[in-house]
Design a protein around this ligand. Structure first.
Ligand code: NAD
Ligand code: ZN
Ligand code: ZN
Length: 383
């Protein structure tokens, strides 16, 4: 089958790889109809992880069941399904408590597994024609037959639940004000989820104009950090006050002000968003941090950040009595509910999708999504 294969920093290719097979009686093979490129793929694509050439990318996968193992109980050939990016067993201590992003079974020696991701186990990615799904009864979310809501449902594999997770970690509640850092797919989904949870005022911080426009289109207040300190910009609009809650949907590759687009040179500051979030949230508030931080970063800006060690204003965090939550999203905790919001017309997360292209066009899509140019906000590949 054809698949998107990592060749080395800033290079992917569409190549022939072996077809996946049923390896365990509870596996299924899914024929992929939609699979997305994620900001998380870019960390590998840019050589900012330990990923070695040869990995098949793709953890945001959806399609039609092609073949079922003999022990599969709830699924059959022809069923339409979307898979959480987490691979999970359903019966280990963490899965049983709902922490499917930290499964102890699927990636021995580590808590958590995913398709097509460095250090997340042996699971081949789904930016391909077919995908092997283990523990299939647990890992497939059934969808209504047909082709309706294809782009909306594709967002259920990762970014809609992950954005919602950011809002849940920050315990965003009706009437609250929230600052969401990052207007990438995860940030936009986090802002959208804050609205779903009843937030009164949502600020979205970024410097990519098309993305800020999408934030504004869903009723958020866009803040361009190239125009000055975003904390000050928010406080100026709120009579000197901060906000109730903060969400970091940027992660360790956070940029400082001044972008190539603004005629500047972009420098990374891996702690900048965390510190701004601590500053902008009012005492007794909370931070949700779905943005990715890693214990080893080969391209880190200094020795400490290469070890994932960042200078955080913990004193201020403590003084303000802020709570914080981090980590991979446990997609299973949310995906069925968010699916039902799509079906009932209460949520349409596909507003983030900017491009839908064929698998063969993946290399070009990676380049443009990585550079955040030409309006590339979220790409769906249709194999
Ligand atoms: N926790 C999880 O389960 C999970 C799941 C998916 C993605 N992620 C992570 O979430 C993060 C966002 O993912 P994405 O797909 O939206 O990626 P993305 O790279 O498309 O979006 C990140 C956005 O942050 C903006 N940004 C950079 N520096 C900033 C700053 N200083 N202030 C405000 N905005 C800034 C960028 O311009 C970009 O638009 C990534 O780190 C990704 O790995 C985590
Ligand atoms: Zn993803
Ligand atoms: Zn498990």
């Amino acid at each position: 089958m054809k698949a998107v294969v990592y060749k080395g920093p800033f290079e992917v290719a569409v190549e022939n790889v072996p077809d996946p097979e049923i390896k365990h009686p509870n596996d299924v093979i899914v024929k992929i109809t939609s699979t997305c490129i994620c900001g998380s793929d870019l960390h590998m694509y840019e050589g900012r992880t330990a990923a070695q050439p040869g990995i098949v990318f793709g953890h945001e996968n959806m399609g039609i069941i092609q073949e079922t193992g003999p022990a599969v109980r709830t699924l059959k050939e022809g069923d339409r399904v979307v898979m959480p990016f987490n691979v999970a067993c359903g019966f280990c201590k963490n899965c049983q408590r709902g922490f499917t992003g930290f499964c102890n079974t699927v990636n021995p020696g580590f808590a958590g597994g995913a398709y097509g991701y460095v250090a997340m186990g042996p699971w081949v990615g789904g930016q391909a024609e077919y995908l092997q799904v283990p523990f299939a009864d647990f890992n497939c979310l059934p969808l209504p037959a047909g082709t309706e809501w294809e782009s909306d449902f594709a967002m259920l594999a990762d970014i809609f639940p992950t954005g919602y997770h950011g809002a849940a970690l920050a315990d965003v509640s009706p009437g609250e004000s929230v600052a969401v850092f990052g207007a990438g797919p995860v940030g936009l989904m986090a802002a959208y989820s804050c609205m779903i949870r009843g937030a009164a005022e949502v600020y979205v911080i970024d410097h990519v104009i098309e993305r800020l426009e999408k934030a504004e289109a869903i009723g958020a207040i866009p803040i361009d950090f190239d125009n000055g300190d975003p904390v000050q910009q928010i406080k100026d609009r709120r009579g000197g006050q901060g906000v109730d809650k903060g969400i970091d949907a940027v992660g360790y590759q956070a940029a400082m002000a001044g972008s190539p687009a603004a005629g500047g040179e972009q420098h990374e500051a891996p702690n900048i968003v965390l510190n701004q979030a601590i500053e902008v949230v009012n005492p007794t508030g909370a931070l949700g941090i779905p943005g990715l931080y890693v214990p080893t970063d080969p391209g880190g800006v200094d020795e400490a950040s290469k070890r994932g060690s960042l200078a955080i204003n913990f004193g201020l965090l403590f003084e303000k009595g802020l709570r914080l939550g981090t980590g991979q999203c446990n997609v299973k905790s949310y995906n069925a509910y968010l699916r039902d919001m799509i079906i009932s017309g209460r949520a349409s997360p596909s507003f983030v999708v900017s491009h839908t292209v064929s698998l063969d066009e993946a290399p070009d899509a990676y380049t443009k999504f990585d550079q955040r140019i030409d309006g590339y906000t979220k790409v769906i590949l249709n194999p």
